[in-house]
Design a protein around this ligand. Sequence first.
Ligand code: ZN
Length: 327
Amino acid sequence: MNQTPDPTKSDATIGIDVGGTGVRAVAVLADGQRAGKVHRAPLKSRERSEVLGRIVDVVAQATAEVSGTVAGIGVGLPAFLELPEGIVRLAPNLPELNGWKAAEELETALRCPVAVENDANAAAFGEHWLGVGAGRDPFLLLTLGTGVGGGIVLNGEVLHGRRGMAAELGHITVYPDGAPCGCGARGCLEAHASATAIVRMFMEETARMEEAAFREVYGPREDVTAQALAELAARGDTPAFTAFARAGTALGIAVGTLVHVFDPAAVALGGNVAAAWDLLFPSLWEELLARASLSLRDGFALLPASLGSDAGAVGAAGLAWRRVQTA
Ligand SMILES: [Zn+2]
């Protein structure tokens, strides 16, 4: 495995994306062409040995499709990492990984150079390499799912900050006295623009409805999802529409701040919630124009991400190429 890669051959790196419920992998050639399909393995438990075992499984499956050498492996983890050592400081959805010397143990298990990265950073790198961010620098990605993640690519590199904790864009304050956030603070973007937040805001919008009337229209409260609300909003349901519009406003405030700091060429929105682009965009753009109109001239782009749920794995493969090419 561990040979010098020759980009003119069919050598590939393998990118891994570790999520809270499963692991996915894809092999990618140096020119960005995929060398095989995306392999997935669900996590049967959240133990460290299970995560490592499933990573080894999907690497074996992806390796079988590579006709040349596997030059390196990139792993995106849903965690705050300490870099450059590659140690998991905090993995909110996979707490068994806390304290894991991920880079070191993965290199031993996979017998290959390994680059570890925060999953949202890996997705941003992927979108910048092969997706909507190609040729756009600085490039910022916000991933809107259960939480809100972020990644920043600056001069072609993931922005890590001092110890790898940069670009936690979900925890930018948008409302100083806003809703409580999982991080312990209040009014974070995540608390006003995640899927969880959209459901909460919908409940606020419908708080005055009689319970029976609510159930007749929307079903049991506990079954309401952001995805279902997106469908309702698109069909003209006012409370659902308002919940998305409020999320768009919060995003506009956050993106306005980011535009002032980075003067980016593009900001992209990814993740499941971003599929409701048409619902988020009007209030987002209105708020952004009100806060940062000067910076939006001359080609700034606000765009939906284009790699979907593969962005993290593709980006991890790109980071592995970066690692072996600069080693
Ligand atoms: Zn927060």
